[in-house]
Ligand binder design. Structure first.
Ligand SMILES: NC(=O)c1ccc[n+]([C@@H]2O[C@H](COP(=O)([O-])OP(=O)(O)OC[C@H]3O[C@@H](n4cnc5c(N)ncnc54)[C@H](OP(=O)(O)O)[C@@H]3O)[C@@H](O)[C@H]2O)c1
Length: 253
């Protein structure tokens, strides 16, 4: 059934995929951005700022499902933005807010993860219909950990840390498939097709570029890496992603 869907973070790494997927699935899609998107772009844009609240009531008018992909990556801003979104959703009588969270946020002491947890808690306490889905790291993020080392003679990987990266196209397909389910609260965490060491992912990255550099695994102290080493960021029992890291790299290079 076609729904009126607002996608926040519609210009982002995940959000732009969700816009395409939801449109292809026949939903009436409104895409939120702080910037104006003038001219015909094939998408109905709403201009608004979740942090200031400007334009958000208009963006939510007539919307029954929100897929919340917007983030600013800093603690207070994301929590304040979420409160503004939830207040506007209450006024608009929105049926379901689908929130994209991250696997392991309650077990890995990364400051950004504490923010995600606070947004989850605020949504659960809001009284709004909602769905919370935790997702493993995107391929893009893993690739970035390597791309930023482009001037280094070797590629460093964090020793003992594994990832189960997922393609944003697979995440988008899954999110859009949940629209018809309506609000379900916290649902099963999802991850990519394979669990691989950071070093293995580094070798796949180098190989995709035909690079002769080598990967060096380095021990990194501290509670955050210790949290990752426990595997708290993995969901081996629910590998819904189909596009692996190597396949992602062949498309993105
Ligand atoms: N990266 C990962 O590996 C990963 C893994 C699991 C889950 N997640 C979660 O997935 C979600 C999407 O992540 P992403 O990497 O796709 O994000 P991203 O690429 O950084 O995109 C962020 C989006 O947020 C929008 N935005 C920022 N501040 C805003 C504001 N004040 N008002 C309205 N829009 C605002 C931006 O839109 P404009 O600039 O156009 O306004 C942009 O489209 C996040 O919640 C993230 O925590 C990420």
């Amino acid at each position: 059934m076609a729904r009126e869907v607002l996608i926040t973070g519609a210009t982002g790494t995940l959000g732009h995929r969700v816009v395409c997927e939801a449109t292809d699935a026949g939903h009436k899609v409104r895409a939120l951005s702080r910037k104006p998107h003038v001219g015909y772009t094939g998408v109905h844009w709403a201009q608004g700022d979740l942090l200031s609240g400007e334009g958000i009531d208009d963006a939510l008018e007539g919307i029954d499902t929100v897929i919340h992909c917007a983030t600013q990556g800093t603690r207070d801003k994301d929590v304040a933005s979420a409160h503004n979104l939830f207040s506007a959703a209450r006024r608009a009588k929105t049926d379901n807010i689908i929130y994209v969270s991250i696997v392991g946020i309650d077990r890995i002491p990364l400051p950004y993860y504490k923010t995600k947890l606070r947004v989850e808690e605020a949504l659960e306490a809001s009284g709004l219909g909602h769905t919370i889905i935790r997702v493993t790291q995107f391929h893009d993020l893993i690739e970035m950990t390597f791309k930023m080392q482009r001037f280094s003679p070797v590629l460093s990987a964090v020793k003992g840390v594994r990832f189960q990266p997922i393609d944003t196209r697979d995440v988008a397909t899954h999110l859009v498939s949940m629209i018809d389910d309506g609000p379900r609260g916290r649902v099963d965490d999802i991850g990519g097709p394979a669990v691989l060491g950071h070093d293995d992912l580094g070798r796949l990255y180098l190989s995709s570029r035909g690079s002769r550099r080598r990967v060096v695994s380095l021990p990194v102290p501290g509670g955050i890496v210790a949290g990752y080493k426990t595997g708290a960021n993995l969901v081996p029992a629910n590998p819904i992603g189909k596009i692996g890291f190597a396949q992602y790299l062949t498309r993105s290079t």
